[in-house]
Every structure is written in C-alpha cells, then in structure tokens.
Design a protein around this ligand. Structure first.
Ligand SMILES: Cc1cc2nc3c(=O)[nH]c(=O)nc-3n(C[C@H](O)[C@H](O)[C@H](O)COP(=O)(O)OP(=O)(O)OC[C@H]3O[C@@H](n4cnc5c(N)ncnc54)[C@H](O)[C@@H]3O)c2cc1C
Length: 560
C-alpha cells in the first residue's frame, strides 16, 4: 500500500491566479474569458482536483508499476489508462484551451496551466498526451491551410485525435540540423521517410488516430545547410505501413507514457507553413511544450512539498526522552520544508505571470505593449522551463530527505516523483541548451526581453535585496556580452541560475507586498520573504561563477 497524496490546496492555487501579474487584464481580453469570475475559476479547479484525486492518483501507481507495452507492433497503455482517458475526454478536459471556433472552450492559458498543474501533480505521465495535442493545435492554427485546420482542430480539441512532436533522431538530439529524415515531393504530394526516436505517445490505444508534427529535410540531401520543413503525418492517411513503431524505451520514470522509435516509410504528408522555415515555425509548438514542462515541474514539485509537509507534522523524533516532537519542530527540517514550499509557490507565481504575458502578447490591444509582453515571454521561457525542471527534481529529492528512509521506499510517492522528474531537464531542450539559448539569443543577440524585465523588476523591487540581485544580473549580462565565446559558454549555466533567482525574486517582491490576512496570502508572503532573505548570497555566488570565465574548465584537459 502506498500513502495517498495530501489534498491539493485549491484556495492557494485560486488566490495565486487571482493576484498574478495583470490577470485582471487577461480576463477582459476575449469574450470567452469574461465568464471567469472567482466562483467559476474555483469550480473549474475543484472539478480538476476531484478528477485528479479519484482517477489520476490511483492510475499513477498502476502506470508506474506496469507501463505502456509494445505488443504486435502496437503500443498498449497500462491497465486503467484507457478508461481514465475516456473519462477525461467525456468531461471535456482536452478542449479547455482550444479555440472556440474549432470546438474548444478557449479558456485563458494561466487557468489552463493551473489545471495542468493539478493533473500533473497526480499523474505526470498521463498529462503528456494532452500537452502535444494542444501545442499541435496552436501550430496548425498558425500555419496550416483552412481545410487542414477544419479537418484536424476539432478532433484535437475533443481529444479524439492524438498528437506528437517528431524532431529527435538517433544522430540529431540537441543538434537538430543533423537530422536525416527526408521529405520527397511526389506528383501526388509529399512523402516522408526516416526514423524519429524518443517520441512521446508516438503510438497508443487511447485515440483512433494520431497526427505527427514532423521536421524533415526537404532538400535533396546534399546541401551543407539542410532545408528543414514542417509536415503533418496523419496516421489515418499514412496507415500502419507508413508509420511503424520499431521500439519503445525502458526508462527511469514516466513509465505510463510510451516513448517510441517511429519509422516513416514513404508516409504521405502535408507540408505546412513556408518550405525551409520548419524549425522556426516549430517554435510555436516548442514554446507551448516548454511552458507545459514548467507546469509539469510545478505539479511534481507541489506533490513532493505537500507530502513532506504533511509527513513532518506527523513523524515524531527528537526532543525530550519519551516525548518525541514532530520533526517539523526542528530548525533544520523547517529549513528544508521552507526551501520546498517557497520553490513551489514562486514557480507557480512565475508560471502564471508568464502565461498572462503570453495572453497579452497574443491578444492585447496596444501594439507596443504586445511587443514588450512578447519580449518578456521569450526572455522567461528558458528560465521557466529550467526552473520547473529543477524544482521538480530538487523538491522530490528534498522530500525524500524530509521523510528519511520512508521517502526512499515505495510506500511513499516521492521516490516515483524523483524518477519521473529527472527527464524534465533533458527533454524539450536540455538545461545546457536552455542556458546557451538564454545567453546567446536573449542577451547577446537581442536583449529586449532582459531590458523590459530589469525595468519591471526594479519598479517592484523597492529597497528589497532583489535590487542587488538585479544589479548582479545586469553586470553579468554586460560582462558576458564582452567575453570570448569560450568564456560565454563557460558562464551560461551560472547566468541561467542567476536569471532564475532574479525571476523568482521578482515574483517574491510582489508576494511580500500583497495585502490581506487569509492563509493563501500569508503563505505567499512567507515564501517571498524567505526567497528575498536568501537572495543576496545566492546571487553573489551565481554572478561570480557566470563571469569567472573558462579558466576552471581548463582543468578538464587532464581527463580529455
Ligand atoms: C522520455 C523522453 C521523451 C522524449 N520525447 C520526445 C518527443 O516527444 N519528441 C522529440 O522530438 N524528442 C523527444 N525526446 C528527445 C529529447 O528532446 C532529447 O533527448 C533532447 O533534446 C536531448 O537530445 P539528446 O538526448 O540527443 O542529447 P544530446 O544532444 O546528445 O546532448 C547530450 C548532452 O550534451 C549537451 N550538449 C549537446 N549539444 C551541446 C552544445 N552545442 N553545447 C553544449 N552542450 C551540448 C546536452 O546539454 C546534454 O547534456 C524525448 C526524450 C526522452 C528521454
């Protein structure tokens, strides 16, 4: 028997959404958002929490114990998965953030991510199917022809059609340009041939069909710099001969989510968008998926910190002989718990703020403000993705520490959390690649987002220690701009750490000034104060490492 997760704190989630940056403006952006008064928001979160507790939590254990399996060339999901998916579809959950014109409920992104957190807290492997569905829908809405939109978008919104993102190949992971999958233009349309690996939900028995969003070379294969275009492969058209599952991976965690190697063999495909602009266009999908990793990280981090807090209130060790105290009374345990809960709250705050900015960038009225919001989203994206990934793993590991030996056993859900969380800093672009992306593209090439962030955060920082952290962030950015490429590469990871600290610090300064006396606000204020109390020393350390240059890395020569 495994211990249950503590109940999800709905009031905390609803309050954080309500006070998130410019949420009051977001609910006025579109007609479908106007229905979102406080009562409706709480009702939606309540329904999500009930589904998570009743259906997803038990499934999480079953999926971990018996993952998806490849039999007879098809992937069969774990026992109970099909029934849970059918209930998810029947309750309308896949459609919440799809466009109203194509059968969606068109709810705002911050609310959709708040709902995703609840589902991922209960069962992260389950949530890995709806995420590519909704991200593919955005991609198709942005680039496909009208008839393709009409054929695919309603089926994605209803949950009848699965979706994947097919980028990775054995020889092309971070280095996408190495891809070998080819697209050939035949008289009756495009054909795709090649192997894509590690494709999440590349095959399954939950939907009758899947639309694969595939990047492939559309040149003749001889160009030095490949021409990469974006294609849709619909399994209803391609059939089992066109797309075959060669294998599924045995992996550390997320056992319920099949990770497939797919062979495309002259599969009929539809090109979308502009030929040769596939990678740039795919970023519409990648952006959604990276934000979703942040929400997934939050779900896992929240589960771990909730388990740790509940356990520490019950477990008695230390204190007077014969009268042991609950371990939550010990300063060292409090230190650990604060780190876990503060991370959870600040990550949630940051993710919701970014989601609001994404809404304002897409639907705001003022073009200059839309541009500022878009620059901020670009700046925050690698930060949110990495902060989510790091928090999921750090909180799972930290929760095991608080639980002691019990945490390491299967009796508690945190050992599974640790295994499930580990991949978040690998897929959707490794943390190393996020750090390089942030430094090269968002600081050195175009620092518009950084400048907007600095102005915004300075205005909120007042005389808090965030001001010093922002000075160090700006100084590190200037030093790295002027540094050699080797020094830039060496400092990128520490710069990302500093940027995460500052971004969460911005959320913290907004938390500490929140008015009101209720418990959710008290939690936010405490999390914010703790973060700001720690920020100076931590930012000094990350700044020093960011600007230190490649010198220390030269020691690797001894091992090369
Ligand atoms: C469970 C799971 C699910 C996945 N789902 C999907 C999916 O649905 N669709 C899909 O397309 N892919 C998927 N992937 C693949 C995933 O996106 C890749 O694993 C990831 O992009 C990293 O590629 P790689 O594994 O080849 O690592 P590599 O690129 O080989 O990187 C290995 C290490 O080298 C570092 N590195 C690489 N290049 C550089 C560089 N230029 N500078 C500095 N450091 C560098 C990396 O940071 C990393 O630490 C999935 C992977 C897993 C494990």
């Amino acid at each position: 028997m495994r211990a249950d997760l503590p109940r999800f704190d709905l009031s905390q989630s609803a309050e954080q959404l309500r006070v998130s940056f410019r949420f009051d403006e977001v609910v006025r952006l579109r007609e479908s958002y106007a229905v979102l008064d406080e009562g409706t928001i709480v009702a939606i979160l309540e329904q999500a929490a009930a589904f998570a507790t009743d259906t997803l939590e038990p499934l999480n254990r079953a999926m971990d114990a018996q993952g998806a399996q490849l039999r007879g060339g098809r992937v069969h999901t774990a026992p109970g998965h099909r029934e849970a998916w059918a209930a998810f579809v029947a309750n309308g959950w896949p459609s919440i953030d799809h466009e109203a014109g194509y059968g969606g409920q068109q709810l705002p992104l911050p609310l959709c991510l708040a709902v995703q957190e609840i589902f991922d807290r209960a069962c992260p492997a389950f949530g890995m199917l709806p995420v590519p569905q909704r991200s593919a829908a955005r991609l198709i809405a942005a680039f496909a022809a009208q008839d393709v939109k009409e054929a695919l978008l309603p089926a994605l919104a209803s949950g009848e059609l699965g979706a994947t993102i097919c980028i990775s190949e054995a020889g092309a992971g971070s280095d996408v340009l190495q891809m070998r999958t080819r697209a050939r233009e035949a008289p009756d349309g495009w054909r795709i041939s090649g192997e894509k690996c590690w494709i999440s939900y590349g095959d399954h028995d939950l939907t009758d069909a899947i639309v694969h969003c595939v990047l492939a070379r559309s040149d003749d294969g001889t160009a030095m710099r490949p021409e990469i275009s974006l294609f849709l492969v619909d399994t209803r058209v391609a059939g089992q001969d066109g797309v075959q599952v060669l294998r599924t991976e045995e992996k550390l965690g997320l056992h319920g989510s099949p990770t497939c190697t797919l062979a495309f063999d002259e599969a009929p495909a539809t090109i979308i968008g502009e030929r040769g602009r596939g990678l740039a266009q795919m970023f519409v999908m990648i952006t959604q998926m990276r934000l979703a990793v942040s929400a997934m990280g939050l779900g896992i981090a929240c589960a771990a910190s909730d388990v740790a807090l509940a356990y520490a209130r019950e477990r008695r060790q230390g204190g007077k002989p014969g009268d042991p105290q609950p371990i939550v009374a010990h300063a060292d345990v409090r230190r650990q718990l604060l780190e876990l809960t503060a991370r959870t709250q600040l990550l949630r705050g940051l993710m919701l703020n970014i989601a609001n900015l994404a809404e304002l960038a897409a639907h705001g009225e003022d073009p200059a403000d839309r541009e500022r919001c878009a620059a901020l989203v670009q700046w925050f994206l690698p930060i949110a993705k990495t902060f989510g990934a790091d928090s999921a793993f750090a909180n799972s590991s930290g929760a095991i520490q608080v639980l002691g030996g019990a945490g390491y056993t299967g009796e508690w859900p945190v050992e599974q959390s640790l295994r499930d969380a580990r991949v978040l800093s690998v897929f959707e672009g490794t943390s190393g690649i996020q750090a390089i992306d942030l430094l090269q593209r968002r600081v050195i090439r175009d620092d518009a987002g950084l400048q907007v962030f600095l102005a915004l955060a300075r205005a909120d920082a007042g005389d808090t220690p965030l001001t010093r952290c922002l000075e160090l962030l700006e100084a590190a950015a200037s030093a790295l701009k002027a540094a050699s490429p080797a020094d830039q590469d060496a400092g990128a990871a520490a710069f990302l750490d500093l940027a995460m600290l500052a971004s969460a610090g911005w959320v913290a300064t907004r938390f500490v000034t929140l008015p009101g006396a209720g418990q959710p606000v008290a939690h936010m204020r405490a999390a914010g104060r703790y973060w700001l109390d720690r920020i100076e020393g931590r930012s000094a350390m990350h700044h020093a490492e960011a600007v230190q240059g490649a010198g220390p890395i030269a020691h690797f020569a001894a091992f090369a």
